[in-house]
Design a protein around this ligand. Sequence first.
Ligand code: NAD
Ligand code: DAU
Length: 360
Amino acid sequence: MRTYVVTGGAGFIGSNYIHYMFKKYGDEIRIINVDKLTYAGNLENLKDVENRENYTFVRADICDAEAINRIFSENDVDRVVHFAAESHVDRSIKDPGVFVKTNVLGTLTMLNAAKLAWENPDGSYKEGKKFLHVSTDEVYGSLSNPEDYFYETTPYDPHSPYSASKASSDFMVKAFMDTYKFPANITNCSNNYGPYQFPEKLIPLMINNALHGRDLPIYGDGKNIRDWLYVEDHCKGIDMVQEKGRLFETYNIGGHNERENIQIVKTIIQTLREELADDDPRKQHVTEDLIKYVADRKGHDRRYAIAPDKIRAEVGWYPETTFEVGIKKTIRWYFDHQEWMEHVTSGNYQKYYEEMYADK
Ligand code: NAD
Ligand code: DAU
């Protein structure tokens, strides 16, 4: 049975990945979820899997070398899928330090631990061991020419403290591959959306605010462009890269689905109105009147757009979920999980953790 260490598995993409993997492989794999449970980590995301015999949760900081080394010495780990990171650009603008610590030094700790566990005395590696570093398209900077796309060969040009820290972590992974022939891949993905996304990010924030009749804050002129990908498609891409990709390669993962922020917000309002029953009082206030233009994000990147040609050609992956389908599924999920939203916005998920793990 193959054993995966998934870091950051209590976050948005990590928890979707764990669900995806159990749905796909069932009892054929074992997953050890290593997460510090920062504000962004929520064990409620994993309620459905927490009692599985082939699932273990370890609360640990990826910067804690002792704790991470222990996980590798106590388990025969075959795969690492490394999601854990500080992930929000606005927070990085306010406080860059923790981004360097977690994203750069934490990644180095993970690499050191995996190398120590997997390397043979002659410098080769044990059969089948693989590390996948989950990164972002933001490392490539911002596109100004509408005909340009991010390719794996596009030079790095990060602007925010977040993207600078992710770029540094990518280079550290690359350094391990180049220097030690460490068996890894890097994936650089565009903006994800879907279930379990913390409502500091555009789509869940707008859904939540709209339902509560609060302003919908659009930064700047609302014409910044992001390339949106349904999270399950990303999870599938990560698995396919580990299974079918060439080691030491980088693969860009993107939706070919570019939208201006204002378009996204208007689509959310329209979709919410379609989904809300006519006699639901919220329908009164879910209108475009809630839109409010506010001061721009500092250093706001204008456009991101991935060319997912390499992953399609080499691995056979392509984005399956159209935005129209994905946004409906997402809104329906937030409707059906209003308690989840209440908990993450009221801090109750910390209490949930304390209750669940008080005796452990
Ligand atoms: P998230 O903020 O929702 O989750 C991050 C998780 O990491 C949380 O569970 C948190 O508790 C955990 N974590 C943070 N610091 C930790 C530490 N020091 N030790 C252990 N665990 C820690 O993030 P996300 O949106 O799910 O992103 C996951 C990864 O994917 C990140 O590496 C991010 O850079 C990358 N990524 C995200 C997107 C996106 O659109 N969300 C797109 C491309 C790449
Ligand atoms: O491109 C991949 C990246 O996508 C990931 O690496 C990051 O972890 C993830 O957070 C995301 O970064 P963005 O900065 O693009 O996502 P965010 O949801 O914060 O913002 C999306 C766009 O919406 C961006 O142009 C800023 C704008 N925005 C955001 C918020 C939260 C607003 O206009 N208003 C808002 O309130």
